[in-house]
Ligand binder design. Structure first.
Ligand code: PGA
Length: 242
């Protein structure tokens, strides 16, 4: 169950929310893992609160070790602040920051090489869906992942986030989620063989405490990536424990 806090919260607010979440959730059920993706400026504050079953991730990084990249941070800098995960390919990075296929392929490879568990986000726009391009778009986006990854399931997961469902309150329908996740599972197996069965596929896009239960019980849905409804500890607690 992953929380993407995007560009929200001061470090004190992030710390308070994370603390409230951990305390109110109590003992995590054995089939649950929680990942929090706060802003860079809140990572240090959140790192102090990490406890069993909780993971910290960066929302972004630049795929070089170090150097003249003003304003950027590296995979090792994320790890220095307790991150074991990173988001790559989020639709906001693709559309607002023009991160293209080649750049995302580089980021995915560098993140995985650096041992950061990569939440690789894919998803079609409304226009692409209406033109019947779902399969084509998902397959192309997924092909940015490196072809050879030893121990796949420990290295990355895929988050299916239809662009039209992100932050809109319009969650994808049951059949739309089943169809897209089924395609992703099939494409992953085409690339990686049978071991791709163990790669987790998360759903993201307007997940909330009222719809999460139905979503996580669908075929090939192994978790959720939550934006808006993860900002409040009580609301995200309900999702974590759904
Ligand atoms: P949302 O965002 O839950 O607010 O729709 C999801 C995401 O962008 O990861």
């Amino acid at each position: 169950m992953a929380a993407n806090w995007k560009m929200h919260k001061s470090s004190q607010e992030a710390k308070n929310t994370f603390k409230e979440l951990v305390e109110s959730v109590g003992a995590l059920p054995s089939d649950r893992e929680v990942a929090i993706f706060p802003t860079f400026t809140s990572l240090a504050a959140c790192q102090e609160l990490l406890t069993e079953g909780y993971f910290l991730g960066g929302q972004n990084f630049y795929p070089a070790d170090k150097g003249a990249y003003t304003g950027e941070i590296s995979a090792s800098m994320l790890k220095d602040l307790g991150c074991t995960m990173v988001l790559v390919g989020h639709s906001e990075r693709r559309s607002i920051f023009d991160e293209d296929h080649e750049f995302l392929a580089k980021k995915a490879a560098v993140a995985i090489e650096n041992g950061l568990f990569t939440v690789f986000c894919v998803g079609e726009s409304l226009e692409e869906r209406q033109k019947g391009k779902l399969a084509q778009v998902l397959k192309k986006q997924l092909s940015a992942l490196p072809e050879k990854i030893a121990g796949l399931a420990d290295k990355f997961c895929v988050a299916y986030e239809p662009v039209w469902a992100i932050g809109t309150g319009e969650v994808a329908g049951k059949n739309e989620i089943i169809e897209a996740h089924g395609m992703l599972r099939a494409f992953l197996k085409e690339i990686y063989g049978p071991s791709a069965e163990k790669v987790r596929i998360l759903y993201g896009g307007s997940v909330n405490p009222d719809n999460v239960q139905e979503i996580i019980n669908l075929d090939n849905v192994n978790g959720v990536l939550v934006g808006g409804a993860s900002l409040n500890a009580d609301s995200f607690k309900k999702i974590v424990l759904a």
